[in-house]
Design a protein around this ligand. Structure first.
Ligand SMILES: [Zn+2]
Length: 236
């Protein structure tokens, strides 16, 4: 019977599919993907840090320039004070206030510079850590890649062999039936299910007696109303 041939074809077809999915889930492949993602993340982190440092560097330079300018202003004030002392208490008070204000600003700049230099050090350390980690992962990745490439080559050859065998088996199956099988397989796999105790063994739905009768008569291909699989009565 046609369905017997299709059923045995399905066994080799499913075996090849299973092997292909095992290939995708290979532990080496997953480790490799993980290492690759990690390296990508580190690259992104690195880029962000470099950006941060560049922005910080600009700000640092601007504050340093401004601090240097204020130092000069302060120096000018001091020189004026010495060469041309204030004539009265009011002038003296005004000059003292100007100096105090400058010193205050300079102090704030100093504090900000200290903080920025510390931040820059931290980011520098982070960059170094990332570089070390990434280099270590890259070595692991390269070793793993060599191993995985070997594994993948062997597995691919085996899969090709299995697929070729499947193609051979497919030739034994009626073309229309095979097309139906392949179209069901698009949304439901395995595409065939045995009939067991009046139930579809794919989705376990109990089949109506009219369907059972159709299957028993065997004059047409019957699909499960619920899951769409081709129902196969193995006569067990
Ligand atoms: Zn079903």
């Amino acid at each position: 019977m046609q369905l017997d041939t299709l059923w045995s074809f399905m066994q080799v077809d499913m075996e090849a599919d299973k092997f292909e999915s095992q290939m995708r889930q290979s532990p080496n492949r997953q480790k490799l993907v993980k290492a690759r993602d990690f390296l990508k993340d580190q690259q992104a982190n690195m880029k962000k840090l470099e950006n941060d440092v560049a922005v910080m560097q600009d700000r640092l330079e601007a504050v340093e320039d401004e601090a240097a300018r204020l130092e000069k202003v302060l120096q000018g004030l001091t020189e004026t004070y010495e060469s041309n002392p204030p004539a009265n208490a009011e002038d003296a008070q005004k000059q003292a206030e100007a100096v105090a204000k400058l010193l205050d600003t300079l102090q704030r700049y100093e504090a900000e510079l200290t903080k920025m230099r510390k931040d820059a050090d931290t980011k520098d350390r982070q960059q170094k850590e990332i570089r070390v980690r990434a280099a270590k992962t890259k070595i692991e990745f390269d070793q793993l890649k060599v191993e995985y490439d070997k594994e993948f080559k062997a597995d691919t050859a085996k899969l090709q062999e299995m697929r070729a065998h499947t193609e051979q088996e497919a030739k034994k199956v009626d073309a229309g039936l095979l097309a139906k099988y392949r179209s069901i397989k698009q949304h439901c796999t395995p595409p065939m299910a045995k009939l067991v105790n009046g139930q579809c063994s794919g989705c376990f739905m109990s089949l109506p007696s009219a369907t059972l009768l159709d299957i028993r008569n065997g004059d047409r291909i019957v699909e499960c109303d619920n899951c769409g699989r081709i129902l196969y009565d193995a006569g067990e």
